[in-house]
Write a protein that binds this ligand. Structure first.
Ligand SMILES: Cc1cc2nc3c(=O)[nH]c(=O)nc-3n(C[C@H](O)[C@H](O)[C@H](O)COP(=O)(O)OP(=O)(O)OC[C@H]3O[C@@H](n4cnc5c(N)ncnc54)[C@H](O)[C@@H]3O)c2cc1C
Length: 207
């Protein structure tokens, strides 16, 4: 199927992308790996007039260590999470979780930022981010802010620039193998790993 017509933009820096977001407002959508957005456009569930392709912004890619923190760019794809020596050493949970996501083709294009920003409760990374106590870096027309994953409310025109994680991460590897898979994923990551916030909100929701 062919998506509706749109105008294509390819900024080369985060500053340019954020300026476009501010200027185009709700007529625009960011394009990362396209694995969720493009099918939605083809099915006419989304019809943005402008696509802002953030694949050509080097500062959004890669995994590095800064002091006691692991920084993951929003445009890092699942396969890079799996093969990262930094994550294998410091946050093996992320490597193992990424291996469970979709298939090699999706893992080769789908980004951690797109997985989080898409807002699908069945996606793995939003819940995983809470479990490992990550923070998100959000860039918008009003500047940059860093927000804990557990409280994040991404506002209309903000770009998810990256993902910060204090190390060592608190989750142990064997918990993923035996409990994460058995309980399914998404909210399952939270509940089976005993995330206090998830338990509390579930209890409040049931009250
Ligand atoms: C067959 C298949 C199976 C899948 N299985 C799984 C699975 O098991 N587990 C799982 O977690 N996911 C799964 N996914 C989803 C996959 O991980 C997607 O790639 C992901 O949801 C979206 O990432 P993307 O980079 O393709 O983003 P896109 O499709 O390009 O974008 C998705 C949305 O996020 C927004 N966005 C993207 N990047 C940013 C950013 N940096 N800042 C702000 N907004 C942004 C876009 O505007 C869009 O609204 C599957 C997808 C497919 C097609």
């Amino acid at each position: 199927m062919i998506p509706p017509r749109f105008e294509y933009h390819a900024p080369k820096t985060v500053g340019e992308a954020v300026a476009l977001l501010g200027q185009l407002g709700s007529d625009a959508k960011l394009l990362a790996g396209g694995h969720s957005l493009l099918p939605m456009m083809k099915l006419r569930f989304a019809a943005p007039e402008h696509l802002i392709d953030i694949n050509r912004i080097p500062e959004l890619k890669g995994i590095r260590e800064e002091g006691g923190t692991v920084v993951i760019g929003a445009m890092t794809v699942e396969n890079e999470l799996i093969s990262s020596p930094i994550l294998q050493a410091k946050v093996p949970l992320l490597c193992e979780a990424a291996k469970l996501i979709a298939d090699p083709q999706v893992r080769n294009r789908g980004t951690i930022g797109g997985d989080i920003a898409h807002g699908d409760p069945g996606n793995d990374h939003p819940a995983l981010s809470i479990v490992i106590d990550a923070s998100f870096v959000l860039e918008g027309p009003n500047g940059r802010r860093t927000v804990a994953a557990v409280v994040v409310d991404q506002r209309g025109f903000e770009l998810l620039g990256g993902f910060w994680l204090r190390c060592p991460a608190k989750v142990r590897r064997h918990q993923v193998d035996h409990r994460g898979q058995r309980h399914g994923r998404g909210m399952g990551w939270l509940r089976c790993l005993g995330c206090q916030h998830a338990e509390q909100s579930t209890q409040q929701g049931n009250a």
